[in-house]
Design a protein around this ligand. Structure first.
Ligand code: URP
Ligand code: ZN
Ligand code: ZN
Length: 470
């Protein structure tokens, strides 16, 4: 069965042009004009954009955290992602000290099996480095295709690893061709500030932000960048929230270090005042690193524009307000950290970025899809529309106006942090490997149809590499 998307405007990280796209066996098989005679089914897309499916580098689905488990699992999370134009997610696989890494990976495969409606891959958390871990990692890269490792520099006594672990992970990643990701906040300093605030009777959600100031993020970002330079390795800093941290990345890159930065739409449109909302409503906005003073938003847009930050992830980590966020009533440090954000990443960045003239339409595609696919070993199957690529395509109406609301979203959670935000542009239909997942704004996919992605090794974009289709 050959599908043709006719007369749409194809937009990639490099180009914008009108053409027809022919889809065959889940791949783009031709791009051109007058292809109708080759098709069994024709979809008309005049006036609509055809974007490569969004690639979300940062999700937490079905993840235990803060004494509870995220509200969205692989089914509800990936359905919501698809509605929003995301066709690939990279989710964080948590590991337990002293247990084989392969056991954790197996557990994560079980979570996704029969549920994911779009393609997915895993990043692997590293919290200790010993002989067992060093023995396992090469086969995890080769056999599982997991080519990115995550080290937490914060969440003391939970996920936090020390600098020795980070440095050895950087060395190992360099040797085997993987990318090291860091949650960059100084966990020891945060621990001190949190205990001090609580002792002084400061228990409201706003203290979540006040005990994790920009300096602790900037310090950890700079430290991780220096260690990367020393190891001659490669680093990806997740969820950068402030100009202070973005500057550390820019500084490292000026020295020639391979350091990449991600921010998230929440840091571009929400701010610290949200955490001060009355009646414990501020808890809805507790995530780490925290939302910042609004002046950081334009600085982050500038950093994206200047190439100091390179991708936009959702950091989806959803907890209901009722019964989950409420665990932190009377003690902000017990609020489960994270927000429901997987659904509207694509549209918010289009609306706030492209429509408001902060970034070009090609930069938009690069930030939400192409660059992510390249850094995490999925390009050119993912991240572009080209002959031979997976037919992951978003048919997007750039002129629909809508207001984000929990009443209409598809995430399995009782609030939306972007409630009331007016945006322009919405995916109308979304294809994953040539099959509709969303058709005319209705979910038509099948749980379990998403495929696990074995990814290629990290390669330095500074080195020349011949790109071949597998
Ligand atoms: O608050 C957040 N971001 N929760 C998810 C875990 C993490 O740190 O990314
Ligand atoms: Zn984090
Ligand atoms: Zn996260």
């Amino acid at each position: 069965m050959k599908k043709l998307i006719k007369n749409g405007t194809i937009v990639t990280a490099a180009d914008e042009y009108k053409a027809d796209v022919l889809i065959e066996n889940g791949k783009v098989s031709a791009i051109g004009h007058d292809l109708t005679k080759h098709a069994d089914e024709v979809m008309h897309a005049a006036g609509l954009y055809l974007f490569p499916g969004g690639v979300d580098p940062h999700t937490h689905l079905d993840m235990p955290f803060g004494g509870t488990v995220t509200a969205d699992d692989y089914e509800t999370g990936t359905i919501a992602a698809a509605y929003g134009g995301t066709t690939t997610v990279l989710d964080f696989c948590l590991t337990n000290k002293g247990e084989p890494l392969k056991d954790a990976i197996k557990e994560w495969h079980e979570k996704a099996k029969g549920k994911a409606v779009i393609d997915y891959g895993f990043h692997l958390m590293i919290s200790e480095v010993n002989q067992e871990v060093l023995n396992e990692l090469p086969s995890i890269i080769d056999e599982e295709g997991i080519t990115s490792f995550k080290v937490f520099m914060a969440y003391k006594n939970v996920f936090q690893a020390d600098d020795g672990v980070l440095f050895q992970t950087l060395l190992t990643a360099k040797e085997h061709g993987a990318l090291v990701m860091v949650h960059a906040e100084n966990g020891d300093v945060i621990d001190y500030l949190v205990n001090k605030a609580l002792k002084e009777g400061n228990t409201d959600p706003i203290y979540h932000a006040l005990t994790r100031p920009p300096e602790v993020e900037a310090e950890a970002t700079g430290r991780a960048a220096h260690l990367t330079g020393l190891a001659e390795s490669q680093l990806y800093v997740v969820h950068v929230t402030c100009s202070d941290a973005a500057e550390k990345i820019a500084e490292a890159r000026r020295k020639g270090y391979q350091v990449w930065g991600e921010t998230c739409q929440q840091y571009l449109v929400l701010d610290q005042n949200d955490l001060a909302k009355p009646h414990f409503e501020g808890a809805k906005y507790a995530c780490s690193p925290p939302l910042r003073e609004s002046r950081h938003q334009e600085e982050l847009w500038k950093a994206l524009k200047m190439g100091h930050l390179h991708t936009i992830g959702s950091d989806q980590c959803s907890f209901n307000f009722k019964g989950q966020k409420e665990l932190g009533k009377g003690d902000f440090s017990k609020i489960p950290n994270g927000m429901p954000t997987i659904e509207d990443r694509f549209s918010i960045i289009f609306s706030e970025g492209v429509k408001k003239g902060r970034i070009t339409i090609n930069e938009f595609v690069d930030l939400v899809s192409t660059r992510v696919a390249k850094l995490f070993g999925m390009f050119p199957e993912k991240g572009t529309i080209a002959v031979g690529s997976d037919a992951d395509i978003v048919i997007f109406d750039p002129n629909i106006e809508r207001t984000i609301s929990a009443d209409t979203h598809h995430m399995n959670v009782d609030y939306n942090p972007f409630e009331g935000l007016k945006i322009t542009g919405e995916p109308v239909s979304v294809l994953s490997r040539g099959e509709f997942v969303i058709r005319d704004k209705k979910f038509v996919g099948k749980p379990g149809s998403g495929q696990y992605l074995k990814r290629q090794r990290y390669y330095s974009p500074l080195k020349i590499k011949e790109t071949i289709f597998r």
